[in-house]
Design a protein around this ligand. Structure first.
Ligand SMILES: *[C@@H]1O[C@H](CO)[C@@H](O)[C@H](O)[C@H]1NC(C)=O
Ligand SMILES: *[C@@H]1O[C@H](CO)[C@@H](O)[C@H](O)[C@H]1NC(C)=O
Ligand SMILES: *[C@@H]1O[C@H](CO)[C@@H](O)[C@H](O)[C@H]1NC(C)=O
Ligand SMILES: *[C@@H]1O[C@H](CO)[C@@H](O)[C@H](O)[C@H]1NC(C)=O
Length: 311
């Protein structure tokens, strides 16, 4: 896998920059579009969520080992949504995203509240045992260290959460080889992003990382991404989180459309499996969305929540 090794080697060369950015707050380098729903949902938190969602096809038996045995997997829903995933496969997800322009109950949290989050996630989990409501499970998450309040919320949900550093720091992702890339229209640029925990100082081995390039041939529907990312999320605690992503605002359309991607991603042990996992030629989506969330709530109150209407 020469290209991916090149990425890792390139990341190692960024050591002084990256370690400097593991500490301290976030000085945005790249302009992010502002929260288009800041003055709506006045009883909730809102913001934008910019980044990538990659689909990792893994054998169902492996998914079964990674998702707590007490929960069933809603395999019929997976087959209906993803007929091209391959029989007997399960769609794990790798997400690295930036939270930006956060508002709580209509009040700006300030630019220092922006943060990045990386995790491997397991959708279509029958959290309530009703054979119907789809939830997304994840056990571990890395947030950039500006995110004190996000970290405590994630800990309350039962995540093994760690603070860490990102490259590109304070950005949703980095355009590769910026000079030549910037001459291309945004829908043709290659991108990468990587996250390290503070306890992992090996900059050649990010805990979670990817490199993607835009592609034309794509096996999944965009509606799948819209639907699956709206499943409520949970970890080992009693509560769940419903973060509603709106795919029809100004930050997801016009000059900022969803971009279909193909590329490679990796995760260290603890974020997926034992040992380092490398996934090659997976497909994903690059998109910015507006979101609103009431925070953590009782899982039972999110029963049937997955019946959303796509834009
Ligand atoms: C992903 O890895 C494969 C296999 O090494 C390589 O052919 C491909 O170019 C890589 N993709 C990207 C976007 O780097
Ligand atoms: C998403 O993030 C990238 C990288 O930081 C940035 O170039 C792009 O403008 C952002 N998109 C929006 C809609 O703000
Ligand atoms: C990066 O961009 C420079 C300037 O356009 C070009 O000379 C170089 O070959 C590019 N490197 C890669 C790996 O694409
Ligand atoms: C989203 O997915 C759920 C679960 O598969 C399904 O019940 C719902 O109808 C879907 N919504 C749309 C708009 O397809």
């Amino acid at each position: 896998m020469p290209s991916f090794k090149t990425l890792l080697a390139a990341l190692a060369l960024l050591a002084p920059l990256a370690s400097a950015q593991i500490q301290g707050h976030c000085d945005p380098i790249v302009q992010q579009q502002s929260n288009p729903i800041a003055k709506q949902y006045l009883k909730q938190s809102t913001g934008t969520l910019n980044g990538t969602i990659g689909i990792i096809p893994i054998p169902m038996a492996q998914a079964r080992n990674l998702i707590p045995a007490k929960y069933q997997i809603l395999t019929k829903q997976i087959q209906q949504w993803l007929p091209n995933l391959g029989a007997g496969n399960y769609p794990a997800m790798v997400q690295i995203e930036q939270f930006h322009d956060i508002y709580h109950k209509g009040k700006s949290a300030g630019s220092g509240a922006d943060f990045n989050r990386a995790q491997v996630m397991f959708p279509f989990v029958d959290r309530l045992g009703d054979g119907y409501s789809a939830f997304t499970y994840s056990s571990a998450v890395i947030v950039s260290d500006a995110a004190g309040s996000a970290l405590s919320g994630l800990k309350k949900l039962g995540y093994k959460s760690a603070t860490g550093g990102y490259f590109a720091s304070c950005n949703a992702y980095e355009y590769e080889n910026a000079t030549s890339n910037l001459a291309l229209p945004p829908n043709r640029r290659g991108i990468d992003q990587a996250a390290w925990t503070e306890s992992n100082t090996n900059l050649g081995s990010p805990n979670i990382a990817y490199r993607y390039v835009p592609v034309a041939n794509f096996p999944y529907t965009i509606n799948y991404f819209y639907n699956v990312t709206n499943q409520p999320t949970f970890s080992d605690g009693d509560n769940c989180n419903s973060l509603v992503r709106l795919y029809n605002t100004a930050v997801s359309s016009g000059a900022y459309p969803p971009v279909r991607l193909q590329g490679n991603a990796t995760a260290l042990a603890g974020y997926f499996n034992q040992g380092t996992s490398i996934w090659t030629n997976i497909y994903g989506l690059k998109i910015d969305v507006a979101y609103h969330t009431p925070g953590n709530v009782k899982c039972q109150s999110l029963k049937g929540f997955n019946v959303i209407s796509a834009p």
